[in-house]
Design a protein around this ligand. Sequence first.
Ligand code: AMP
Ligand code: MG
Length: 412
Amino acid sequence: MTTSQTMLTPAQAQQLVLDHVRPLGLERVPLLDALDRILGVDVHASYDNPPHDNSAMDGYAVRYEDIAAATPEQPAVLEMIEDIPAGKIGVKTVEKGQASRIMTGAPVPAGIDTVIRVEDTRADGNRIEILDPDELGASIRLRGEDMKEGELLIPAGTELGPGEVGVLASVQRTFVPVFRRPVITILSTGDELVEIEEPLEPGKIVNSNTAGLAAMALAHGAVPVMLPTAPDDKAAIRRTVESSLTGDFVVCSGGVSVGEYDFVKTVLDEMGAETILWRVAMKPGKPLFFCKVQGTPFFGLPGNPVSSLVSFLQFVRPAIRKASGHRSDNLLLPTARARMENAVSNDGDRRTYLRARLRFEDGCLHADTAYREQSSHILTSMLGANGIVIVEAEQEVKPGDEVPVQIIGRVF
Ligand code: AMP
Ligand code: MG
């Protein structure tokens, strides 16, 4: 019998999976379609921004030496020589005793070193009174303060959020090279399964894994293709597996354990698959199988609904992220520490992954794992689960103890 000593640790299994996945190629998509995608190339600034020194205020462009001594009682008096709205370039050089009226964003004219905001001035036709000198250089935004031509703005491997899309727009990228999303074919096996639209006959259960795993794939940046369920029959499993090899990965649930009808591994062996790992010391999820069949990475996940979803998050998600171009330090689930609200104990010899509801209170993350039964067939324990609390073998956790938690959904 395989003991936890001879089983792989989850970290070893993750590494083996990642060693067998390569980033996919790039595709060019319209700017807005690049949201949530992974940038495929380094993007540099194509010009200095702002392109010219410009005014940060509506006001008057002046020579500081002319106004340095101004007070409300003894204002500096200047002659306004030009009006510079945003989008126009002033043509006149401001000489001693002169000022140009300028709007926010307009390039500052030659000769000036300071802008005085309109609130600190009084105007009477072209006669301008400056009531407060502010300071030398006030209210001028310098050329290149935001970005310098040639500067690396967004490195390849960055996930593009709205801020990145805005910056890409500012450097006039109408199309953006991003990593292709991996196509994942998803299949379930088992004589007991009926599809979600079929009548539930005695002795049968509804196939929830295909849809659940497809939703996982979508949620983590892949394109799912759901295949028809294969019965527990070698020839049928082989036909389904052969038809699944059109994707970048295959995710199969069920049939990889040690039961009489668990044929998936046998079929893959017969197809000449290279086995990379089988069995991981974790609960749920021990009977994990990963191989390459005709060059395609193939995940055999346990059939229990919770096991399949938890295994997906631990092993398939990192593979999706590597294939879709995420940087190597950003492939695994983010982890934090949370304060337990209930007691848990793990008297087994495998690390357990408990579905948790996380919430912030007083700036602290709190985890509840007692809202539902934790067994691997309790699919409803996934409802509202935005975290996975990790409890090591033979560990006792009391309410108030801090535990490591993987973040799997929104916490806000
Ligand atoms: P297996 O890994 O095939 O031995 O299945 C383990 C358990 O998970 C059994 O109770 C199955 O009925 C259940 N199961 C397997 N596949 C699915 C599925 N696609 N949807 C829901 N439950 C499943
Ligand atoms: Mg089965």
